[in-house]
Design a protein around this ligand. Sequence first.
Ligand SMILES: CC(C)(COP(=O)(O)OP(=O)(O)OC[C@H]1O[C@@H](n2cnc3c(N)ncnc32)[C@H](O)[C@@H]1OP(=O)(O)O)[C@@H](O)C(=O)NCCC(=O)NCCS
Length: 379
Amino acid sequence: MTTTLDVPKGLKGLAVADTEVGDVRGDEGFYHYRQYSAVELAEKRTFEDVWYLLLEGELPDEERRRQFMREVAPLRTVPRAIEPLLDEVARTCLSPLSGLRTVLSHLAAVEAMPASHGADRSRLLADARRLTSVAATVVAALHRRSRGLEPIAPDDALPYAANYLFMVNGQRADERHARAIEQYLMLAVDHGFNASTFTARVVTSTGADFGAAVVAALGALSGPLHGGAPSLALESLDAIGTPDRAPSWVRDAVARGERIMGFGHAVYRTKDPRSEALRGTVEELGGPRAELAVQVERLVEQTLAELKPDRPLQANIEFYAGVLMEQCGLPPELFTPTFAIARVVGWCAQALEQAADVGIIRPSARYIGPPPPQPVPAA
Ligand SMILES: CC(C)(COP(=O)(O)OP(=O)(O)OC[C@H]1O[C@@H](n2cnc3c(N)ncnc32)[C@H](O)[C@@H]1OP(=O)(O)O)[C@@H](O)C(=O)NCCC(=O)NCCS
């Protein structure tokens, strides 16, 4: 086996797996799930359709969609055995994201999710459906318990997104809000070989169970460089206050060496198609915050173009995600967990693909310490 020692930093630009799940074309501002534009899917289809597409490789017809919805709705329920843990986690975990990670880890153990190595695809598919279905219930229950409120049981009659809002707020969401959240979730299910997706695949490549893969991916997502920007972007909007203050606010922040949250992307060198799509939804929902965000976006981009002419820096998904979630009644502490529950779909689809490709992901590191072997000093 030959070892390639000169790898780009952060593995940027290196293809480390073959996938049929989807891809991102950074120069074109385009990304897709399977063979369909993700943005077009979000415009025309439902969350369940996209979920089915990622797991099964094709869009469901009407009958198959209804059957899929009937099959996954009962999987939302949290088992009684882990209810005491929910209370404890809600009391002790500061962030709902770490709470979700803790509860899903326990649930996977309680439900004896088997090692993916050697498991039937049907069993892995069942675990993938279970983890995705229950994740929203866990986030909503932790949120309510941490506020001293009784959790709301899932409503099997509601689709995924509307049910999520129902379990968080305790009342049925208006249709426009349910659809807006559904579109956001659809846009967030998968996005190339980002850090958490890579993590899910590495863990699955060892033959570990899908619970372990999702829990590890949640750990990767929890870092501020990956999943933490939507509430920070909203805080920036608050700090800017009025559009005329945006240019000087950006100049001051960049002069202090800070980054403007919700702008820039590791892969896109043009518009992030997710922020473009979300801007449309945010504008449709309307309100003063939406108007402020649209004006601030333009002014921040103009100012960043002056300050960093060599680097295209435009709004990313997180700039409008916070505004949209706020419009739909979700509090800032649920922004990243809401992103995470959508991403469980992508992690599981990637894990299914990885599980079918037997072989551990085991790269090399370049040793740069003192040349070995040095004599070991006597004790
Ligand atoms: C997303 C992100 C981590 C991608 O970073 P990256 O591709 O690795 O870019 P780099 O770290 O190589 O930065 C390249 C240059 O752009 C600048 N830059 C990148 N994002 C910036 C931002 N949001 N605000 C100001 N400057 C930024 C860097 O300071 C650097 O400038 P320099 O060459 O003068 O030092 C980065 O754009 C960022 O931190 N954005 C803010 C956080 C955010 O919105 N995250 C959500 C992503 S979906």
